[in-house]
Design a protein around this ligand. Structure first.
Ligand SMILES: NC(=O)c1ccc[n+]([C@@H]2O[C@H](COP(=O)([O-])OP(=O)(O)OC[C@H]3O[C@@H](n4cnc5c(N)ncnc54)[C@H](OP(=O)(O)O)[C@@H]3O)[C@@H](O)[C@H]2O)c1
Length: 218
């Protein structure tokens, strides 16, 4: 049976790569959930359905999740913890188990050395209301759920045309400084196709050989 994959924040940059891989490498049907449908181009009506909504509006989310077999959240904004709570609640209501959640490097203070120090300075390490603080709170909501979640913590993102990545597990030190959005999109597609293999795990993702005190472009 064709799987219905709900993509929350489908107009996002990583999401565009995940969509490419899912359309080309699977038979899944994609439910593209967006606040601004005009940002989507080249929608394949045979394989994709556009749903206009806001993750912060419970009724929008509820009716979308009711149609889904798996959920991939590619979101961003200061209310990220509330978004996580809304998603977990709606998935529990509808008995949907698989959630792929894009988070960030540094939420567990897992980045070693000078780069870790720089990353904390840039992203508000140790402060609850900062980017890292809010992303950590959201990841804690997901981890505490009963869902088959996969949390993905990308390094600093690039738009390089490459798929080249390695992963670290929660509890391990983060490796490298950068990774391409295309790599994260590829990983998302792999996770969606292998729910059991990736269930209840939390991965740092980087491009091999990119260790340094800062990302190369800083
Ligand atoms: N930049 C980095 O180096 C870096 C590193 C690690 C992790 N990250 C994180 O990785 C994530 C994904 O990155 P990206 O480049 O794909 O981000 P992006 O292009 O900004 O995509 C985020 C998407 O979230 C959507 N969104 C936000 N709030 C929403 C809501 N309430 N309801 C529905 N949609 C909502 C946005 O939609 P609209 O178009 O409507 O605004 C946008 O399409 C972000 O959380 C980012 O912070 C970034």
């Amino acid at each position: 049976m064709t799987k219905q994959v709900l993509i929350l924040g489908a107009s996002g940059q990583i999401a565009s790569h995940a969509i490419h891989f899912l359309l080309n490498e699977t038979d899944d049907h994609l439910l593209l959930f967006v606040r601004h449908p005009e940002k989507l181009s080249n929608v394949d009506e045979q394989r994709e359905t556009v749903i206009t909504g806001d993750v912060l509006v419970a009724s929008d989310l509820d009716s979308a999740i009711a149609q889904a077999d798996a959920v991939y959240a590619n979101l961003r904004n200061p209310q990220i913890e509330q978004q996580a709570k809304n998603i977990v609640a709606a998935m529990d209501t509808h008995g949907v188990k698989q959630l792929v959640w894009i988070s960030s490097i540094g939420i567990y203070d897992e980045v070693p050395g000078k780069f870790g120090q720089w990353n904390n300075e840039q992203l508000g390490g140790g402060k609850k209301d900062s980017y890292l603080g809010t992303y950590r709170a959201a990841a804690d909501v997901i981890s505490a759920s009963g869902l088959d979640y996969t949390i993905i913590r990308p390094a600093w993102l690039t738009n390089k045309d490459e798929v080249d990545f390695e992963t670290t597990r929660r509890g391990e030190q983060f490796k490298g400084t950068e990774v391409s959005r295309q790599s994260i999109g590829k990983l998302v597609a792999q996770v969606i196709e292998q729910p059991q293999k990736f269930a209840r795990i939390d991965l740092g993702v980087n491009k091999p050989g990119t260790d340094g005190d800062k990302p190369a472009w800083y």
